[in-house]
Design a protein around this ligand. Structure first.
Ligand code: AVJ
Ligand code: FE
Length: 433
């Protein structure tokens, strides 16, 4: 521990860890139960694995990490723990096809493995020495939190994959309402000044767990800036579409413009057009765009950046996000819903009067995902971040409707490629004063 690092790390609470593990597993099962078994071998997103992979990946990752690497005990099934070890995220679809797929086991086999893994993991969390100072994976019970947070992140991956699955294969949960009636109008769009100040990026020592990319945390001076109090909505974005924003190269970086042309991109990835009308593709049904007009628009980084340029403005930096979000409480997170709510939820207003920075959709930032100075790979998952410091991923902050509460902390950093169209990512514009 370096000078100045606080000596007090939170005390490990076995009961709490076991509860969180069980709750996480239960939610994962509930997510799989939303799908018709016929979807099991389906691959909703070309760059990702078929659905079967994820049901095996979660328990296999946990066994590999906590049981084998952490406790040094034997696993359950060497073959399954190899094919399910890691997801792929290849640059090109062609690479995914070329690499080929293993012959995936049938669902009964995967479920039996998951049940056995759950029993093994619960017993380890309840009884084994999962917290000890003399092993890097077990310091502050690191591997326990890593497997839980890894699964929580994948719950979001599952949700955005499920989003692309045909509606016939999904069952809407009882009582779920895609567009709840609005009780009152939200606040009007406005702009506030955030005065110059200091932001702490990442997660300070002394927290029970943080991913490697959050550390060491650092303080950064932030110059004064103006920021939209609300996210850009579908209605706002429609004006950009109607103004020909997707046909004007000067709003796009060269690679993004090439993508717009080659893939004929002409609207946000959650919009669909039929009979000349726009619709919003919600999780369980399609709704007219009017119903979603006040929802944040979910777009790629490239589209968010183009919109900001069209307005003569820019996306916020990560440090500006941290500064602006002081005092925000989460809005529409932790699977409260599978779709957004209108922007401007009163409960989520920050100290500076800015809405929904944490929840209802991640916030795109202008920052390329990169390590903080002094970065060290996490012993329990050294490739977690390091493989993505390639200059082609951008930082997202905050949370979406399907971000587990356990992941919501000011220092958490998420990242995706600039043209990856599946994530629940919103944005707003800022400008330097
Ligand atoms: C941090 C959400 C970008 O989904 O690619 C899961 C999380 N890494 N298993 C991803 C992750 C390995 C990662 N993100
Ligand atoms: Fe994973």
């Amino acid at each position: 521990m370096g000078p100045g690092a606080p000596p007090t790390a939170a005390v490990f609470n076995r009961r709490e860890a076991l509860d969180r593990f069980r709750r996480t597993r239960r939610r994962t099962r509930a997510l799989f139960d939303l799908l018709d078994p016929a979807a099991y071998l389906h691959k909703p997103i070309a760059l990702r694995n078929p659905i079967v992979f994820y049901e095996g990946h979660l328990p296999a990752f946990a066994v590999n990490t906590l049981i084998k690497k952490g406790l040094g005990r034997p696993g359950l099934d060497e073959h399954l723990e190899t094919i399910f070890a890691r997801g792929i995220d290849p640059e090109q679809e062609a690479a995914a096809v070329a690499r080929g797929n293993p012959a995936w086991p049938d669902r009964g086999t995967v479920r039996a493995y998951a049940d056995a893994a759950d029993a093994l993991l619960e017993d380890a969390i309840a009884n084994a020495e999962v917290e000890r100072d003399d092993h890097p994976l077990l310091r502050h019970a690191q591997a326990v939190w890593a497997i839980v947070e890894h699964e929580e992140m994948h719950q979001e991956t599952l949700a955005y994959m499920w989003h692309r699955v045909p509606y016939e294969w999904k069952t809407k949960p009882a009582h779920y309402v895609t567009v709840p009636p609005r009780l009152r109008d939200g606040p009007r769009a406005s702009r506030v000044l955030v005065p110059a100040g200091v932001a702490t990026l990442g997660t300070p020592d002394g927290e029970p767990f943080a991913w490697d990319n959050e550390r060491p945390s650092r303080r950064e001076d932030v110059a004064a800036f103006e920021i939209d109090t609300l996210n850009v909505t579908n209605a706002d974005f429609l004006r950009f579409v109607d103004a020909g924003g997707y046909r004007e190269p000067r709003y796009w970086r060269p690679d993004d413009w090439a993508w717009v042309q080659e893939d004929r991109v002409a609207h946000p990835p959650f919009w669909e057009q039929s009979d000349g009308a726009w619709h919003w593709r919600a999780m369980f049904e399609r709704v007219g765009i009017e119903a979603a007009a006040a929802w944040p628009v979910y777009v790629t980084w490239a589209e968010a950046n183009a919109y900001a340029r069209w307005r003569g403005e820019r996306l916020m930096t990560e440090a500006e996000f941290v500064r602006a979000s002081a005092g925000s409480s989460p809005v529409n997170v932790d699977f409260a819903r599978f779709d957004p709510v209108p922007v401007g939820s009163a409960s989520g207003v920050s100290e500076f009067g800015i809405y929904d920075l944490v929840g209802n959709g991640w916030e795109w930032t202008a920052d390329v995902f990169a390590p903080f100075h002094g970065f060290t790979p996490l012993p329990s998952y050294p490739e977690y971040s390091a493989d993505f410091f390639d200059g082609d991923h951008f930082v997202m902050k905050g949370a979406s409707p399907v971000t587990a509460r356990g992941l919501i902390r000011p220092g958490f950093r998420n990242w995706f490629r600039p043209r990856y169209p599946y994530v629940y990512a919103a944005f707003r514009c800022v400008k330097t004063t």
